[in-house]
Design a protein around this ligand. Structure first.
Ligand code: NDP
Length: 326
């Protein structure tokens, strides 16, 4: 028997999450059984611990969209007992049982070997949020980052914190948008040289183009903020659209694309091909300073997850949570 955070749904459709003992034979059929060491809390985890958000198919459910740990048993030649592994994406923690558990059973295709230079705790301090931030930075680089500062929206959140630290370490000027002025010192310590108040940039404007201000953007917010940012990009600059913390609608015009050649780049971490996953994890080990990563971390245990899940949906989690499942 081992511990997991199990979510059940009652007859009225309400979900309830609690730490529960389960046995190995309750785990789903799959190729590799992993002794999980650490997991984390992403925005999607908030949905899966709580109301489900249309992501969870069946109950009882074990959330946790990412984890890192040690292989216990494997029916696949690529992994053997003792190997350190990381999992992000593939709808684990949504459609499949996830990482909020002392053991997880998953397909070998979904795993990557723990990258050189990171331990399992650091890998989960990065987690899906940080992995996605790296994918966004790589997409901006592939399309060319221009002169002006790189804007990071939702900067004090998970994606935003890691994007800020990576971009600053690569030598870019970073402007962080936050709705929490009290996080200004935290963001400056991560490397932001400018703080932009959320209200300044959150409102729609009738002007489809404003001054050419930003040389690139990692956007975790979407909605009216993304629409506004598109009209503030430098000629030929790119926005990597990562998230929807501020809304899924995009009340924009096509004018920034037509008159300024602005690029809107979609970022998906869930179905990323294996080779690009390895490339992103290698870049994380190289370009994300570990002292900055440590400064983002708040530790947690399985029992803390119901509260943390609710907090992240309200935009109240700063940086990255690392969950020690043991
Ligand atoms: P967090 O909650 O940690 O960060 C989101 C941040 O957005 C908050 O901290 C807050 O930052 C800001 N924010 C919250 N609500 C609003 C609002 N109403 N208006 C404007 N800003 C707001 O979440 P994550 O970093 O884990 O994820 C960020 C987004 O990226 C989510 O939408 C998530 O679903 C998405 N995502 C997408 C992935 C992909 O594959 N495309 C993978 C991972 C995440 P502040 O307080 O600084 O303003």
């Amino acid at each position: 028997m081992f511990n997991a955070l199990v979510v059940n749904k009652d007859d009225e459709g309400k979900t309830h999450a609690a730490v529960t003992q389960i046995s190995e034979d309750q785990l789903p059929q799959a190729e590799v059984t992993v002794a999980v060491e650490y997991s984390t809390v992403n925005y999607k985890d908030g949905l899966c611990i709580g109301p489900g958000g249309g992501l969870v198919r069946n109950y009882p459910h074990i959330p946790g969209i990412d984890f890192a740990g040690t292989v216990e048993t494997s029916d696949d030649d690529r992994y053997k007992p003792g190997d350190k592994v990381v999992l992000t994406g593939w709808r684990v923690g949504e459609a499949h049982w996830g990482g909020y558990s002392q053991k997880a059973r998953v397909m070998a295709d979904w795993l990557v070997p723990l990258p050189d230079g990171l331990d399992t705790r650091q890998a989960m301090a990065v987690g899906t949020a940080g992995f996605t931030a790296m994918l966004a930075v790589m997409a901006l680089e592939d399309h060319g980052i221009k002169q002006g500062p790189v804007l990071v929206t939702g900067a004090a959140g998970g994606v935003g914190s890691v994007a800020t630290a990576i971009l600053a370490n690569l030598g870019y000027k970073v402007a962080g948008v936050t709705g929490r002025p009290e996080t200004a010192d935290y963001l400056k310590d991560l490397g932001a040289s400018q703080i932009v108040a959320r209200e300044e940039i959150n409102e729609t404007t009738k002007r489809p183009l404003e001054g050419e201000t930003w040389g690139g953007c990692v956007d975790a917010v979407g909605g009216a903020m993304l629409a506004r940012v598109l009209g503030q990009m430098e000629y030929g600059a790119s926005v990597a659209a990562v998230g929807l913390a501020g809304g899924a609608a995009l009340p924009a015009t096509v004018i920034p694309f037509l008159l300024r050649g602005v690029n809107l780049l979609g970022i998906d971490s869930v179905m990323q091909p294996y080779d690009n996953r390895l490339r992103a994890w290698k870049r994380i080990a190289k370009d994300l300073p570990m002292d900055k990563l440590e400064a983002m971390v708040q530790p947690a245990m399985l029992a803390d997850l119901p509260k943390l899940g609710a907090d992240i949906l309200k935009g109240q989690v700063k940086g990255r949570v690392v969950v020690d499942v043991n």
